[in-house]
Design a protein around this ligand. Structure first.
Ligand SMILES: [Zn+2]
Length: 428
């Protein structure tokens, strides 16, 4: 909701200005610490407010120029290398690799609108629900160029971390960020005060603290996760902040005058807890579709959150592209010992997206190879298929991946000297 829309709403809906209390309540704890963390950062850095304002103006300018060409299905997808820093005191807080991978899976579903619960999106919001241009992979190469799982762990003496960023520094009981230009940093730890996570907004001036911090038992969807925040949506929300999304109600204390700088999210008074029934109105919204309590940038329970909007997706891409462009082109999910990609390995994959039957077209290979290996991996590097092809030039190899889940996959054609990878999507 943009401010202009808000003002119109205020003048045309005086009869509902008395807050209806259909959504947020004052008695529930703050779930996300991002705005209080931002307030603390502004106190430490007096220039930050000004910088965020000028960043916002630049962002709005670009967004306005792009508005005419915006579609609900952005075509180019960027896979961002992720490092997960697990900072634990108890063994229970030292979450498993499987729990971490389940979080990556959730992100790749939610940010591609491949999550199964899109069926729960209210009828008035279905056309607004959008995939984004982001996917995520655990890094394969660490900052020293060595092979990594994209996960590092340290035991700490800190019982519970606050939003003071101590978890982001080895010197204060946490772990240092990996280069924020090449890795998206996620810290997992125990947090105090019932906070489930917090994020740092992107800014043109980079910090060594950019990323998200997530409560260990709200991270992923298997292992130690605890209902109702047990489906990985805390990270989906916090990463939204890192990509410059604000809370959907505009952080205005219920006054109807704040904004999330997104035009296609409806006006909303305050945060929502639990899960409302669609459609739900509140003091700032008496429209037929009501408030978008199911948006990832609200506070509803994990099993109630299921969408970003078209304009949120566009805003996220524009923000990352203008402020953290290197993340979109980072190669840290490729193997450190990977061989060089070469143009004489040109091949194509069709149909894309596919329902599972995928053709690897090697008619365009510009060299005769006696044999090439053909490997398919998913976004976290799991090998889904591995075969070899004799005399590949001029051939079309067909693979049946119909048992694989929806998502992003990579086909790599390689031998001991050359390698080339092409990305495709399974979507049914
Ligand atoms: Zn938040």
């Amino acid at each position: 909701m943009k401010r202009l829309l808000l003002l119109i709403a205020v003048f045309t809906s005086c009869s509902v200005l008395v807050k209806a209390q259909t959504s947020g309540t004052a008695t529930r704890p703050e779930k996300c610490g991002t705005m209080s963390h931002l307030d603390a950062m502004k106190l430490q850095n007096p220039g930050l407010e000004q910088q965020m304002a000028s960043d916002e103006a630049r962002l709005q300018n670009i967004m306005d120029q792009q508005a005419a060409s915006r579609t609900s299905s952005p075509s180019v997808v960027y896979t961002i290398p992720v490092v997960v820093h697990v900072v634990y005191r108890t063994t229970g807080q030292n979450i498993s690799n499987a729990q971490i991978q389940s979080q990556i899976d959730v992100l790749n579903e939610d940010y591609a609108k491949l999550n199964a619960d899109t069926v729960n999106i209210g009828s008035g919001f279905q056309a607004l629900a959008s995939s984004t241009q982001f996917q995520f992979c655990l890094a394969n190469t660490d900052p020293n160029g060595n092979l990594t799982t994209g996960i590092e762990r340290v035991q700490t003496t800190t019982t519970a971390f606050t939003q003071n960023d101590n978890v982001k520094h080895t010197s204060t009981g946490g772990l240092d960020a990996w280069d924020v230009n090449n890795y998206f940093n996620i810290w997992v730890c125990n947090m105090s005060g019932g906070i489930l996570g917090y994020a740092e907004f992107p800014a043109a001036t980079h910090t060594n603290t950019y990323g998200v911090v997530i409560q260990y038992n709200s991270f992923g969807r298997v292992g130690t996760v605890s209902a109702p925040y047990n489906l990985g949506r805390t990270a989906a929300h916090e990463i939204g902040h890192c990509f410059r999304l604000y809370h959907i109600w505009g952080d205005d204390g219920g006054s109807c005058s704040g904004t999330d700088y997104v035009a296609d999210t409806p006006n909303q008074a305050d945060m929502t807890y639990g899960c409302l029934n669609y459609p739900a109105n509140d003091a700032c919204n008496s429209t037929a579709s009501g408030i978008m309590f199911n948006n990832y940038m609200d506070y509803s329970d994990d099993d109630c959150l299921n969408m970003f909007t078209v304009n949120q997706a566009a805003r996220m891409y524009t923000a990352v592209n203008t402020m953290y462009n290197t993340l979109l082109h980072s190669t840290r999910c490729e193997s450190p010992n990977g061989v060089n990609e070469v143009n004489n390995l040109a091949f194509s994959v069709y149909p894309n997206p596919t329902d599972g039957i995928v053709n690897i077209d090697m008619f365009t290979l510009q060299q005769k190879f006696p044999k090439l290996n053909l490997r398919v991996t998913d976004v976290v590097g799991r090998v889904v298929s591995e075969t070899s092809v004799e005399n590949p030039s001029g051939r079309v190899e067909q693979l049946d991946l119909s048992n694989e889940a929806n998502g992003i996959y990579f086909v790599t054609l390689y031998n001991n000297e050359v390698s080339k990878t092409v990305k495709f999507t399974i979507a049914r």
